[in-house]
Design a protein around this ligand. Structure first.
Ligand code: FAD
Ligand code: SIN
Length: 525
């Protein structure tokens, strides 16, 4: 059984920036350590890679920490944890300087200052970006940096299945068991189809979002909520799952999954939301018009689509000079042209809201520590308290680097104190056989997406949530039976995780008795 000092699950911004920091820290001190960096497909395939708009931080002298803090609190409908908001906003410039030192490029103006832009809910221009492909640029730079360290063993196409805790030593572990510990993770090697045991003194979950639980999402196929489900099964605490963010402007292109995002920065540059007859509508909903926070804009679009009986609205960018569009949004321009033959300098863009981000997740403290010892979480899979009931645009990449840093500091300070117990067993699949009915898995996944999209979307009701709960239970029971009989596969495990995540979303949504931010239940009005 390989034993690692640090196991990192996920190669997005959270996992990579944590890995760089840990590896650098020990390299500087000439201390030999071993880090396992595990990712379920190729290294680059992450939500991070698709981030467009950018990363928020206060740079301009006209801007201030206080304004960024207030914007975050307002967007979060005032249930964000103010101490967390203050910490993240104040740390932002330092963490961004590190990203730049690792080789990330951000667009600058001719005088050398950053080309800061504005997005929904921000009272000032404070988004750093690299054209409209910021995430790809960050991912590129971080991956190159990680690969320069000898201490890092990179495991691509390895799927983390379950965290190892005292439960695997035969002890009864419940939510209330004190001193729960994480000893590593069971991982399915996708090439050999064998489950391998990775023992780890410290484990970081950086597994990203949950978009695949919905029919229409901007998230790539890796986003199946695996880390949240693993932590939950290991009796980790999870919170805020009812706060599912729907991005107002995904490209309307039926049948395409994931949905292509039309960045909020396009509205920041003057793009205007319009009905199919060309009339504007945001003035009916919010004084900030197309740049109101996302929950408000997505609900407004949903309401207009219902009023007019249509399945999309439009984003009008025809008044923005073509050179400006090409300079700031080359990727979006090229995509619209290639996929729909649409020239955004001449044609309006058809858009529709799509699931985009999860504000809730595994509860962590200021250092990314979960309620399970030696288990940390950072990035979209975690719940830090920053986003409250609705995330402010471009605060997600920021949260990930701040918490990766804090988790690095804490976990490195604990280095050498953890002792792994003897007798941790290997994965036991006795009595299982190769799955014969894969069609059941694909059909169950389709049913699950349909339940979540129809009953647990932008607008909810008590009856819809109950129906979702009842239908999900049937899928859960059917899947459990199949899971117990089968040698595990990635689709089977991902479905198991998505069922866990969907259950948590519905459960938290039913328990939420107030309309706050992204949770909007007609029966609570
Ligand atoms: P990810 O980047 O999603 O990485 C997750 C990693 O975990 C992947 O490597 C994956 O393979 C791995 N993984 C998952 N499960 C397993 C498993 N079982 N075993 C092994 N590996 C596993 N935010 C902003 O702040 N600004 C933006 O401009 C912005 N634009 C966005 C645009 C799009 C289209 C999308 C989808 C999101 C955007 N976001 C943006 C949100 C932001 O990109 C994500 O929240 C952030 O990148 C998440 O980073 P992460 O490191 O937590 O996870
Ligand atoms: C976007 O570019 O609109 C996405 C920004 C974000 O999700 O923060």
């Amino acid at each position: 059984m390989p034993t690692y000092d640090f196991i990192v699950i996920g190669s997005g911004i959270a996992g990579l920036s944590y890995t760089v920091k840990v590896a650098q820290h020990f390299a500087d001190r000439n201390i030999p350590i071993k880090i396992a960096l595990i990712t379920k497909t190729i290294a680059e395939e992450t939500n991070t890679k698709y981030a467009q708009g950018g990363i928020a931080a206060v740079w301009d002298t006209d801007d201030s920490f206080e304004k960024h803090i207030e914007d975050t609190m307002v967007a979060g409908d005032f249930i964000s944890d103010r101490t967390v908001v203050e910490m993240v906003v104040r740390e932002a410039p330092e963490r961004l300087r590190e990203l730049i030192a690792y080789g990330t490029d951000f667009d600058r103006k001719s005088d050398g200052s950053f080309d800061l832009v504005k997005e929904g809910g921000h009272s000032d221009k404070r988004i750093l970006h690299y054209k409209d492909s910021t995430g790809n640029e960050i991912e590129r730079a971080l991956l190159a940096k990680v690969k320069s360290f000898e201490s890092v063993d990179f495991f691509t196409h390895y799927f983390a299945v379950d965290l190892i805790t005292q439960h695997h030593l035969g002890e009864k572990v419940t939510k209330d068991t004190p001193g729960k510990q994480c000893y590593g993770v069971y991982v399915l090697n996708k090439k050999t189809k064998q489950v391998e045991t990775f023992l780890g003194k410290t484990t970081l979950l950086a597994t990203g979002g949950i978009g695949q639980v919905y029919q229409s999402t901007t998230n790539p196929t890796i986003a199946t909520g695996d880390g949240i489900a693993m932590a939950y099964r290991a009796k980790g605490f999870v919170q805020g799952m009812e706060f599912i963010q729907f991005h107002p402007t995904a490209l309307y292109n039926p049948g395409k999954k994931p949905s292509f995002l039309i960045s909020e920065a396009v509205r920041g540059h003057g793009g205007i939301l319009k009905n199919q007859d060309g009339s504007t509508f945001m003035e009916k909903y919010d004084a900030r018009l197309s740049l109101a926070p996302r929950d408000i804009v997505a609900r407004a679009i949903d309401s207009e689509m219902k009023i007019h009986g249509v399945d999309h609205v439009y984003l009008d960018t025809r008044h923005i000079p073509k050179e400006e569009i090409l300079q700031h949004f080359p990727m979006i321009y090229a995509h619209c042209l290639k996929e729909l033959g649409l020239d955004m300098s001449k044609d309006m863009i058809p858009v529709v809201p799509a699931q985009h981000y999860l504000c809730g997740g595994i509860i962590v403290d200021h250092f990314g520590q979960t309620n399970i010892e030696n288990l940390y979480a950072a990035g979209e899979c975690s719940h830090t308290g920053l986003h409250g009931a609705n995330r402010l645009a471009s605060n997600s990449l920021l949260e990930a680097i701040v918490y990766a840093h804090n988790a690095f500091e804490k976990s490195v300070s604990q280095y050498g104190t953890q002792v792994l117990p003897v007798g941790i067993p290997d994965w036991d699949d006795a009595g299982t056989r190769n799955p014969e009915e894969l069609v059941l898995v694909t059909e169950m996944a389709k049913e699950l997406e349909s339940i979540m999209s129809n009953y647990v979307g932008i607008v909810r009701t008590d009856r819809r949530l109950k129906r979702a709960y009842d239908r999900l239970e049937l899928i859960y029971l059917e899947h459990e039976e199949l899971y117990k009989q089968s040698r595990i596969t990635v689709p089977l495990c991902e479905l198991r995780n998505m069922i866990n995540v969907a259950y948590l979303i519905i459960k938290h949504a039913r328990a939420q008795r107030q309309n706050k931010g992204l949770h909007y239940n007609i029966d609570l009005r």
